[in-house]
Structure formats: structure tokens, C-alpha cells
Design a protein around this ligand. Structure first.
Ligand code: ADP
Ligand code: MG
Length: 247
């Protein structure tokens, strides 16, 4: 079967101002993601995860190797590569509904209908006219997820999307994400440094080395949802991943 996403021997160096030094950041990474699957990528801080994500979404070009989506080279951002990042990208001057309508090119009525549908899907019914400053951190994340989904991307890319949330909200958002993915199948690539988050969500987990990021290990997560993180198999997997991370 044709992979949805194929990363082929991708490497990336950053060159400092005036070329004083060269920083190798991603080193010969190859991986594939099948359609409808959820891949989590874990790695130590500063190893090159976000750089890899920028190449996946087309915001950065690899120095060598290439990214292929649906069999075609993917080298620039498009509507199929929606990224939810750790920093958030909700427009503060727009209401929830307007944020969700942004980027849709239907007429206003149809866009507003779609916006309201996705607001409801992520649990924001009743807040369509609220402004971002009136929302909690968890609610803002919901806006981001809704805004990503409303354009119906085939692939959802997430770079530490929940890392700024408190532990309880984080757990709640994971459960919501699983519920939404149950309703609308997407191919997902999640970058995280949270081993439990990866085990909770993913079908497969790739562990990256320290910078320059190389693939160090790969684990299939085959147990059924809803997953119990306290189960012996989850604990065993967690230990194996932590060992790979040198912890
Ligand atoms: P991670 O997301 O795993 O924490 P990043 O991919 O953000 O790591 O960064 C990896 C390394 O690349 C860091 O040392 C960072 O300083 C460097 N880096 C990231 N982006 C740039 C850039 N645009 N120019 C120069 N160096 C960069
Ligand atoms: Mg990062």
C-alpha cells in the first residue's frame, strides 16, 4: 500500500550567521506513515523535533532527502498540512467563530455553519462569539484543534500541542482528541516529549536520538482504546521508551 507520508533520507543542518559554524540537526531520517494512522515522535529537548516537523509540513526544506505525501513530493505548506504548534496561532482580535471561518472560502453563511459545527465538536458550543482572551488555556487549544479540522486536512500535524496545559487539562484534551479522531479519521503526526501522551494516543512511537536527530527506536502500540496507562503492558512500554531516552 502507498504510504500517506514517506520521509526519505532527510537531513538538515543550520548554518550560523557568516557561516561560523554548522549545526547538524536532523540526520538521515526515513519513516512512513500509513493513511489513518497515528504516529508519535519522541525525543529529547533540542534534538531537532520541531525542525523535522517544519520539514514535514513544508515550512523548511531538507538539505538532502525528501518528503513525499500521497506519492508526490511535498515541499511547501498547503491545506493538507495543518500544524498545531505549542505556541498557538489563534487570532486574538477575532471571535471563536471568525477564527474558525478564517481560511474557508465558502460564502459567509456556509462558513459560519461549518465553524459552529466544529466549535460544537470540540466542546465550545455557546462560545462562538467569545474572544480568545475570554477563554482558558484548554479552551484555546480546542479552538486550535477546531480551526485545524474545519479545513478538513488529510493530515493533522501536532508539535507538542498540549505541553503548555496543566496535567488535568492535558489528559482531558487527549481524550477529546481520541473522541474526535473516532468521528473523523485523520492521519496524525504528533511530536511530544511526554511518553505517556504518546502511549495514550499513538499507533506507533518513534524515539529520536539527541541532536542531530536520528531514529533510535520504533515501537508499535497495539493495545486497544480506551487505553489504561496503568496496565502492565503500558508500563512495560513506558519503561522501554524511557530506557531509549537514557532515563
Ligand atoms: P526540538 O523541537 O527538538 O526542541 P528544534 O528542532 O527546535 O528542537 O531545534 C534543534 C536545534 O536546531 C536547536 O539547537 C536550535 O537552536 C536549532 N535551530 C532550530 N531552528 C533554527 C534556525 N532557524 N536557525 C538556526 N538554528 C536553529
Ligand atoms: Mg520543539
Amino acid at each position: 500500500m502507498l504510504a500517506k507520508i514517506a520521509v526519505k533520507n532527510v537531513s538538515k543542518n543550520f548554518v550560523s550567521d557568516k557561516a561560523v559554524y554548522v549545526l547538524p540537526v536532523v540526520d538521515d531520517i526515513s519513516l512512513e506513515v500509513e493513511s489513518g494512522k497515528f504516529l508519535a515522535i519522541i525525543g529529547p529537548s533540542g534534538c531537532g523535533k520541531s525542525t523535522l516537523m517544519k520539514m514535514l509540513t513544508g515550512f523548511e526544506r531538507p538539505d538532502t532527502g525528501h518528503i513525499v505525501v500521497d506519492g508526490k513530493p511535498h515541499d511547501r505548506p498547503d491545506r493538507n498540512s495543518i500544524l498545531i504548534s505549542q505556541h498557538g496561532s489563534v487570532f486574538p482580535w477575532m471571535t471563536v467563530r471568525r477564527n474558525l471561518m478564517f481560511g474557508l472560502d465558502h460564502d459567509d453563511r456556509k462558513s459560519a455553519e461549518l465553524a459552529d459545527h466544529y466549535a460544537e465538536l470540540v466542546g465550545l458550543k455557546g462560545f462562538e462569539n467569545a474572544y480568545p482572551h475570554e477563554l482558558s488555556g484548554g479552551m484555546l487549544k480546542r479552538v486550535e484543534i477546531a480551526r485545524a479540522l474545519v479545513v478538513k486536512p488529510e493530515i493533522l500535524y501536532m508539535d507538542e500541542p498540549f505541553s503548555a496545559l496543566d496535567a488535568l487539562t492535558n489528559l482531558k484534551m487527549r481524550k477529546e482528541l481520541l473522541r474526535i479522531l473516532d468521528e473523523e479519521r485523520h492521519t496524525v503526526v504528533l511530536i511530544t516529549h511526554d511518553v505517556e501522551e504518546a502511549i495514550h494516543l499513538a499507533d506507533r512511537i518513534i524515539v529520536l536520538s539527541k541532536r542531530p536527530a536520528r531514529i533510535q527506536a520504533s515501537f508499535d502500540v497495539s493495545f486497544q482504546h480506551p487505553r489504561k496507562l496503568s496496565s502492565p503492558e503500558a508500563q512495560k512500554l513506558k519503561e522501554s521508551i524511557l530506557r531509549e531516552l537514557g532515563l
